[in-house]
Design a protein around this ligand. Structure first.
Ligand SMILES: Cc1ncc(C[n+]2csc(CCOP(=O)(O)OP(=O)(O)O)c2C)c(N)n1
Length: 333
């Protein structure tokens, strides 16, 4: 992450200013993206990451540029925290040719290999298998890296994730599985879906597991740094359950169709522990105001860049489907 106009140079990754800036950037990016959903520029809606920013920011602050991450359907924060350009990410959400993936991935499939983002992913639990395979293959080629799979509490009941645990443990692949336990999978509470415990899933495969306060970005950074240091030394996987809360809807469709599945007192309690304020309280007020202004300027430019970008040419719809240079043809044969 070397693009922050905010004095990134020479700032250590543990710098509270940098951590706060990432949390604040994700918060305001999401709020801007919701405005663009409402104005019709983002078609189909998004899964807002509001409230969970401390997890992506804390985890990615403990990684190296060459490490890789796989995100989820609620993945904007993961992509931004690992260092993707917010302007190109916003353009991707708007389906523009200037987007990270030429506007073909959109909100749930944004990827940026240049900064180690293997992709957000609409398939619940898929990221665990993708990142385990990618890290295993690249380490066999002699590369020194670790990986992170972000996943929701809903993913812990997916067979694919358990298969990934098995191979990561068996082959000692250094992947940190980060479960963002926000209490719900869509409208299903964890207590109604998860037998046993979340950490117990990983422990059953001999994967060391711990729990962290996901609303405190510095606590997440410290827990990740400790896990990653053990993984780099010993090689095997680890599991981190970050207890967090989703401040907004499961998906922006809920803004139109109000669903009644979270008691108002619970929502108020969840929102009272805001990662933006927790990280911001560690900065002098004037420094926090400077960061806020610089984030706002960066996002003004990002939205302008996104809306100025052309839409992809429909004539190229079948390009970029195959990696080997093969081209697709419309119709059979
Ligand atoms: C394999 C699979 N099953 C079901 C779905 C539909 N689906 C989309 S999001 C979601 C809930 C996921 O909950 P969780 O993993 O807790 O993440 P959260 O939405 O809370 O961030 C489901 C079931 C899907 N996308 N993929």
């Amino acid at each position: 992450m070397g693009r922050h106009p905010d004095g990134d140079q020479g700032v250590r990754v543990t710098d509270p200013v940098r951590l706060y800036r990432t949390v604040r950037l994700i918060r305001r990016f999401e709020e801007r993206a919701i405005e663009l959903v409402r104005s019709g520029h983002v078609v189909g809606g998004i899964h807002p990451y509001l409230g969970q920013e401390g997890v992506a920011a804390g985890v990615c602050a403990a990684l190296r540029p060459g490490d890789v991450v796989a995100g989820t359907h609620r993945g904007h924060g993961h992509v931004l925290a690992k260092g993707a350009d917010p302007a190109r990410m916003m353009a991707e959400l708007c389906g523009r040719a200037t987007g990270l993936n030429r506007g073909r991935g959109g909100s749930m499939h944004a990827a940026d290999f240049a900064v180690g983002v293997l992709g957000a992913n609409a398939i619940v639990g898929a990221g665990g298998a993708i990142v385990t395979g990618a890290v295993w293959a690249r380490r066999r080629r002699g590369e020194d890296l670790v990986g992170v799979s972000f996943l929701g509490d809903g993913a812990v009941n997916e067979g694919m994730l358990l298969e990934a645990f098995n191979l990561a443990a068996l082959w000692q692949v250094p992947v940190l599985f980060v479960c963002e336990n926000n209490g719900y999978a869509t409208t299903m509470p964890v207590a109604g879906a998860v037998a046993g415990s979340i950490t117990g899933r990983a422990e059953a495969f001999g994967i060391p597991a711990s729990v962290v306060d996901g609303q405190d970005p510095e606590a997440v950074r410290a827990a990740t740094a400790a896990a990653v240091a053990r993984m780099r030394a010993a090689g095997g996987p680890e599991f981190l359950e970050a207890r967090t809360y989703r401040f907004d809807a499961h998906h922006t469709f809920e803004h139109a169709v109000r669903l009644d599945y979270r008691p108002p007192e619970e929502v108020a309690r969840g929102r009272s522990r805001d990662p933006v304020d927790i990280a911001g309280s560690r900065l002098p007020p004037d420094r926090r105001a400077e960061v806020d202004a610089s984030v706002e300027a960066e996002l003004d430019a990002a939205v302008a860049f996104a809306l100025a970008g052309p839409e992809p040419d429909p004539a190229g719809a079948l390009e970029h489907l195959y990696a080997s240079g093969l081209t697709a043809r419309a119709g059979g044969g």
